[in-house]
Design a protein around this ligand. Structure first.
Ligand code: AMP
Ligand code: FE
Ligand code: FE
Ligand code: ZN
Length: 290
């Protein structure tokens, strides 16, 4: 059954806040006709080995990736990092630090929810996450199961979205630090779903100076005007227009696997932006392309 497009550069598994094991995710993608898939779990590359093994069996090339959700006044700035190495200990140290902060934040939100009259247990949240990077989707699932909200998605709107009563801000990287981390570890950074950024026009030059190489242009819930705006930014800043489903398999968030058309030349263009780690480390943090 081929019902999706062949390239999907934004997917999540149970190693973070997706609902499927990495191997099951790749099986589902393959069944939908995907042949190139980025596994982009939040703050971890721990699903890559299983995804690659399944991908080899089913003819899906897996691009090892992560998505770094940042904290700043710019709104929801998420940075995708492509072509990372799961065996990179320096990168893993940073990702572990981010995951530890995710855990503490979720604990604080569990306490806040209980104080607000929506008791859930941390133990149940951890069970739902099954060892993956903790996040608000696991809280949403626990709130739904406990009967505190009528649907998984409504947990965000009423309780845990930014500005909602149980929201706790994150401790983590700024957008620029996230871009610089990806570049320093030999990866290729792309700005995820730019419509969630506040002040995109001001933020872009800062991130480009830090080494941003792509912008997620093809995205399920992007209106055509947003896709056009991203293409304009891509031309202005010499960025690769990337795209993907942001499939999680939970609630209404994201599109189906392979549900977003991504032009075939995207992969070669992204590969051309790869730099070896040593060379990337010597690149000044701020400045133009060499
Ligand atoms: P966190 O990283 O813990 O702040 O959680 C952010 C994640 O929650 C995103 O990566 C999405 O997977 C999910 N998310 C954010 N907003 C919503 C929403 N309104 N409805 C459903 N899922 C959402
Ligand atoms: Fe997510
Ligand atoms: Fe995101
Ligand atoms: Zn995502």
């Amino acid at each position: 059954m081929t019902v999706g497009y062949p390239i999907d550069l934004h997917t999540h598994s149970l190693r973070s806040d997706g609902a499927l094991e990495p191997s099951a995710l790749v099986e589902r993608a393959a069944a939908r006709g995907v042949t190139i898939q980025a596994l982009s779990d939040h703050d971890t590359l721990s699903g890559v080995a299983d995804a690659v093994a399944t991908g080899e069996r089913l003819g899906v090339r897996i691009i090892p990736s992560t998505e770094l959700n940042t904290e700043s006044e710019w709104g929801h700035v998420h940075i995708l990092g492509y072509f990372l190495d799961p065996a990179d200990a320096t990168l893993e140290d940073r990702l572990r630090w981010l995951r530890e902060h995710r855990g503490r934040r979720v604990e604080l939100m569990v306490e806040k929810l209980s104080a607000l009259g929506y008791p859930i247990t941390l133990a149940r949240v951890l069970e739902i996450a099954q060892g993956g990077s903790l996040g608000r989707p696991h809280l949403a699932q626990a709130l739904f199961e406990a009967g505190h909200v009528p649907t998984y998605d409504s947990a965000f709107d009423t309780l845990i979205a930014d500005g909602a009563p149980a929201y706790v801000s994150r401790v983590g990287l700024t957008p620029l630090e996230a871009v610089q981390l990806i570049v320093a570890r030999g990866g290729v950074p792309s700005l995820a779903h730019p419509f969630t950024v506040n002040g995109l026009d001001e933020l872009m030059p800062l991130l480009v100076a830090g080494g941003l190489a792509g912008i997620e242009t093809y995205y399920g819930s992007h209106p055509p005007a947003m896709t056009a705006a991203c293409l304009t930014l891509a031309r202005r800043y010499d960025l690769v227009p990337t795209g993907g489903s942001d499939f999680h398999g939970r609630g209404d968030h994201g599109a189906p696997l392979g549900g977003t058309f991504v032009p075939p030349e995207t992969i070669g263009a992204l590969e051309a932006r790869r730099r070896p780690i040593a060379a990337a480390t010597m690149t000044p943090a701020v400045g133009g392309k060499s």
